[in-house]
Design a protein around this ligand. Structure first.
Ligand SMILES: *Cc1c(COP(=O)(O)O)cnc(C)c1O
Length: 217
């Protein structure tokens, strides 16, 4: 697999779903990948990346950003409240807004800065106890609470349970987004991004299919 293969498959999935070319944004998930693989994808011209850990991102992206102008960085991993400030320094988008304490912290920081990253509320569509995200039944209330704190939301994000058909989870996320007037849908990974695009994904998060298997993480 490679970047161009994935871009070709995304374009085919957009066409198959009757969606406009370029309506799906590819986030290349570079967590724990060797730097030479990340640099190769930057040299190929890609500029939108996803990371899971604030510390890891802070260690590699300031330098890469200086070398490759135009990088857009997305936080897709769980975000501790005490890392909210460094996360806002680094990331253009946060996909893992999943609890009131984090929303309150982000709201205060965003107001002080006068600038808000793209924010996605993570929904635990599979209701898995070990997984982050608001439960589907609590999503409408949480979205309203975020808006009440003057946070502008871009959309919703989910990670379906492993070893199950992801389609019902993508469909559920799309329904919750639609009834809340949200257009962004961050869903789909290496194994299921085409299914996600068929269900309306606007942002797909693809790691191993672009970079190769991760050593860990
Ligand atoms: C690691 C990760 C991905 C990428 O996973 P792949 O299967 O390698 O494509 C996408 N989304 C999240 C939230 C991740 O943690």
């Amino acid at each position: 697999m490679s970047l161009t293969d994935i871009q070709t498959r995304i374009a085919a999935a957009e066409a198959a779903a009757g969606r406009a070319p370029g309506s799906v944004r590819l986030i290349a998930v570079s967590k724990v990948q060797p730097l030479d693989r990340v640099t190769a994808v930057l040299e190929a011209g890609h500029r939108r990346f996803g990371e899971n850990y604030v510390q890891e991102a802070a260690g590699k992206w300031p330098d890469l950003r200086a070398r490759f102008p135009g990088v857009e960085l997305h936080m897709i991993g769980p975000l501790q409240t005490n890392k909210a400030k460094p996360a806002l320094d680094l990331f253009d988008a946060i996909h893992t807004l999943d609890r009131p304490s984090l929303a309150e912290r982000l709201s205060r920081l965003v107001q002080a800065r006068g600038a808000c990253p793209e924010l996605f509320v993570q929904v635990n569509t599979g209701m898995e106890p070990q997984k982050a995200g608001v439960l589907p039944d609590a999503a409408d209330g949480f979205i309203a609470a975020c808006r009440g704190m003057d946070l502008t939301l871009a959309g919703l994000m989910c990670i379906p349970p492993e070893d199950t058909d992801p389609a019902p989870h993508f469909a559920l996320l799309a329904r919750i987004a639609e009834r809340n007037g949200l257009t962004g849908l961050s869903m789909g990974m290496s194994s299921d991004f085409e299914t996600a695009i068929a269900h309306g994904a606007t942002h797909v998060r693809v790691g191993s299919a672009i970079f190769g298997a991760r050593a860990y993480g």
